[in-house]
Design a protein around this ligand. Structure first.
Ligand code: ADP
Ligand code: ZN
Ligand code: ZN
Length: 745
């Protein structure tokens, strides 16, 4: 175990470096220790091969496997004090739990500028403030009329003026400095981010009076603000969960603690931020992908120093250090974007649980459609189960109406009853949302003469047909090619799009309803963030319109004028092989349905399906998500799947099929042998081909480990990664381990 006591003359520093290797590297300290002594958490610059790297000291020790004179010395210590302890703790935990290199974990959990070795300091802004008048000093301004004018201007601003504002009035910096020299003006420096707003009221607008359920939920969290206290806030869409977060944050900030709110990638919209900024007078720091590196560092520093009371961010914000943590809230906790699907495969919600426990603070997980994991914990009493069953607006969330796709003509994926309902809704002056989980024009292109389909050359997948611009594109490897004029197989010109994507539905609707604007929202149409916001602005003004979109549109947005939602095809998740597919598609359907009828008019939700008799879909439509979730939990228990059992997935990929399967076979044999002796509860399945075996011209195999005991699973994973790192064959095969995989793809 590392010591956290400053060590003034350790003989060796163990440093975590940003490499995939799961090990630390030993260096000799500088002759002069930093003023704080050597401690874990200090960044150092070290030689590594022929390069230099920025690493983090993790241990200060006195003996190494290598004799100290063979060790290279550290080149520089980059920090005056160690990086925040809570951050270091979380990174260590994460690396251990996900079996990832600690060096890479630390690297990824740092803002870019800190990775590069910049000092941890927020940028400052200059402010110039007039000092109390002094007749003697002012006498010296007699021959400097511009300086006198400047002083008069500054005196009108009791809190002083930033440099920019002074320069904008055609004064110069020299004039400012001259006044400072004469003792008439003071130069102050304020942090750029989250400057203290000073004493006074916390709220900029009054909180809403809570309804009974909201008040009950809030009171329950309040009961214990000084202890780990995990709660699941399970409330239907529009039931006022956000209002509960706002008031909880208010209580925490009033006690001079910080609140961290995690939201899904799609959820961090200017609209959401505006809601928080409107409520509070204290600064709200947002960590989103649009920040510059400097802004990100400023935000990190403001959080670490405790100056930022409220921090809102997406997945990676879980690694934000907090000087005085008071609560962690995860909104839409079931959302898939909380899990990172490459490199360090962490789940921010799960880390939020761990972190809240470590800090002994409350944790609030909010969702209308909680993950089966969180429901399971709520049912077993591990989490308090708080329910909000009523919407603040008059109308309950709409029921799903299943409509049968079989044997009916389709136009842009829509069948006549759906088109009729759209027509009626538009005629009543309302808006319609058409949800279709496929971007592009059509899922693929087919030859009607010979049956040829546009397959990707690099993947076991079809290429999607796009019209804007025209091309065939593979959504798995991003390969593109031009749309052929004739069938590459038989030469026939009878090539037709097969099925519908957002572009085709948009085109059909524009033809059917020429007078109504159609807005398409998917990854292709909203590459520019402001384009999306601009479009939403128009939609919120309320004129009748049609919205065609993928799940980008389904989540989070408040669209008060939408009264009809049409789901073009609900069947994607029903028969998918992945064990979470049903859970995720049920969550998505409820989220989409939740867009209807949020304001003064009731909503309707039409769900097109080929399987109106599917028992799961019927249960969801007739009895709702909670009943279906119970059923799915029972099925998971019977099948010994999460949350009843823990999984880890080893993925192997190689351009050569034999290389991947040879390594997979050896790893499995080694592991079976090892678990028999050391972790008998672990079972090992595979290696088997991944659901999409060939992707980007590489073969994908997987090996699944499962256990009812976390500790045994972890021991087996540690054994497996150590074995792979030592195996020479593993250098020719790319491999990764996914602990608690969200998908088996
Ligand atoms: P959720 O986060 O559960 O989807 P929101 O917090 O966004 O729900 O609330 C939905 C709508 O109801 C918002 O317009 C919000 O202002 C309103 N609302 C929430 N709580 C109350 C309340 N106690 N009184 C009146 N309106 C409320
Ligand atoms: Zn053909
Ligand atoms: Zn492909």
């Amino acid at each position: 175990m590392p010591d956290s006591i400053p060590h003034h003359s350790p003989r060796i520093l163990r440093v975590a470096l940003p490499t995939p290797l799961r090990r630390l590297f030993d260096y000799r300290p500088l002759r002069e220790p930093p003023a704080c002594g050597w401690q874990p958490g200090l960044r150092v610059r070290v030689p590594f091969g022929r390069r230099q790297m920025v690493g983090v000291v993790v241990e200060c020790i006195d003996s190494s496997d290598l004799p100290p004179d063979r060790l290279k010395p550290v080149e520089a210590c980059l920090d005056a004090t160690p990086l925040p302890e809570d951050w270091l703790w979380l990174c260590r935990f994460t690396a251990r739990y996900y079996q990832h290199s600690l060096g890479d974990t630390l690297h990824q959990a740092l803002p870019v500028l800190l990775r590069q070795g910049r000092p941890l300091a927020g940028r400052m802004r200059e402010r110039w403030q007039a000092l109390p008048p002094s007749a003697e000093a002012e006498a010296r301004l007699a021959r400097a009329p511009r300086q006198a004018e400047l002083l008069a201007m500054l005196r009108q601003h009791h809190h002083g003026l930033p440099t920019q504002a002074v320069l904008a009035q055609s004064f110069s910096r020299e004039q400012l400095l001259a006044l400072v020299d004469k003792g008439l003006v003071e130069r102050l420096l304020d942090p750029l981010t989250a400057a203290e707003t000073g004493a006074g009221r916390l709220l900029a607008e009054p909180a809403l009076p809570l309804n009974r359920e909201q008040a009950q939920a809030l009171a329950t969290v309040h009961e214990r603000l000084e202890a780990f206290h995990p709660c699941l806030l399970h409330g239907v869409t529009g039931s006022g969960k956000t209002e509960v977060y706002l008031q909880l944050i208010e209580a925490v900030v009033a006690r001079d603690r910080q609140a961290l709110l995690l939201v899904p990638e799609i959820g961090l919209t200017p609209q959401t931020l505006a809601r928080f900024r409107q409520r509070f007078r204290v600064p709200v720091v947002a960590l989103h992908s649009g920040l510059t590196d400097h802004e990100r560092l400023d935000a990190w520093e403001a959080a670490a120093s405790g100056r930022a009371p409220i921090i809102i961010g997406t997945r990676s914000a879980i690694f934000t250090p907090l000087a005085r943590p008071g609560v962690i809230i995860v909104d839409e906790e079931h959302d898939g974007s909380f899990k990172q699907q490459e490199g360090l495969r962490y789940h921010a919600r799960d880390l939020a649980v761990t972190r809240a426990k470590h800090h002994a603070i409350p944790l609030l997980l909010g969702s209308a459609t909680p993950s089966l994991e969180s429901l399971y914990h709520a049912e077993r009493g591990n989490y308090r189960h708080l329910r909000l069953t009523r919407r603040a607006s008059r109308h309950a969330p709409a029921r799903l109406e299943l409509i049968d796709l079989r044997g009916r003509p389709r136009q842009g994926g829509l069948i006549p009853p759906a088109i009729e309902a759209i027509r009626e809704t538009l005629a009543a002056g309302h808006q319609v949302l058409i949800f279709i989980n496929r971007r592009g024009f059509a899922p693929t292109l087919a030859c009607h003469a010979c049956g040829w389909l546009a397959d990707c050359d690099h993947c076991d997948a079809r290429m999607t047909l796009h019209r804007q611009p025209p091309m065939l594109a593979c959504h798995h490897c991003d390969k593109r090619r031009p749309v052929p004029d004739a069938c590459p197989s038989c030469g026939s010109a009878d090539l037709r799009p097969l099925g519908s994507g957002t572009e085709r539905t948009e085109e059909t609707l524009a033809a059917l309803f020429p007078k109504v604007p159609v807005h398409r929202i998917d990854r292709d149409s909203t590459r520019r963030r402001d384009a999306f916001e601009h479009m939403l602005g128009q939609v919120r003004r309320g004129e009748p319109c049609l919205l065609v979109g993928t799940q980008m549109l389904a989540k989070g947005h408040h669209l008060p004028h939408v009264t009809l939602v049409v789901v073009v095809n609900a069947d994607g998740g029903l028969y998918a092989s992945d064990f979470r597919a049903l859970e995720h598609s049920a969550q998505l359907l409820i989220q989409v349905a939740g867009r209807a009828g949020r304001a003064s008019h009731p909503g309707r939700v039409l769900v097109q399906t080929l399987h109106t008799d599917d028992p799961h879909l019927r249960m969801l439509a007739q009895q709702g998500y909670d009943t279906l979730a119970e059923q799915l939990l029972a099925e998971r228990r019977a099948a010994a799947l999460p949350p009843y059992r823990f999984l880890a997935l080893l993925r192997l990929e190689s351009p050569k099929e034999e290389a991947a399967s040879a390594l997979g076979g050896e790893a499995a044999a080694m592991l079976r042998h090892w678990v028999a002796a050391h972790a008998p509860d672990v079972s090992c399945l595979g290696p088997v081909p991944a659901p999409m075996e060939r992707r980007q011209n590489r073969y994908h195999l997987q090996l699944m480990l499962s256990s009812a005991r976390r500790s045994q699973l972890h021991a087996a994973c540690a054994q497996l990664t150590a074995w792979l790192e030592a195996s020479p064959e593993a250098r020719r095969v790319r491999w990764s381990l996914d602990v608690d995989p969200q998908t088996l793809a």
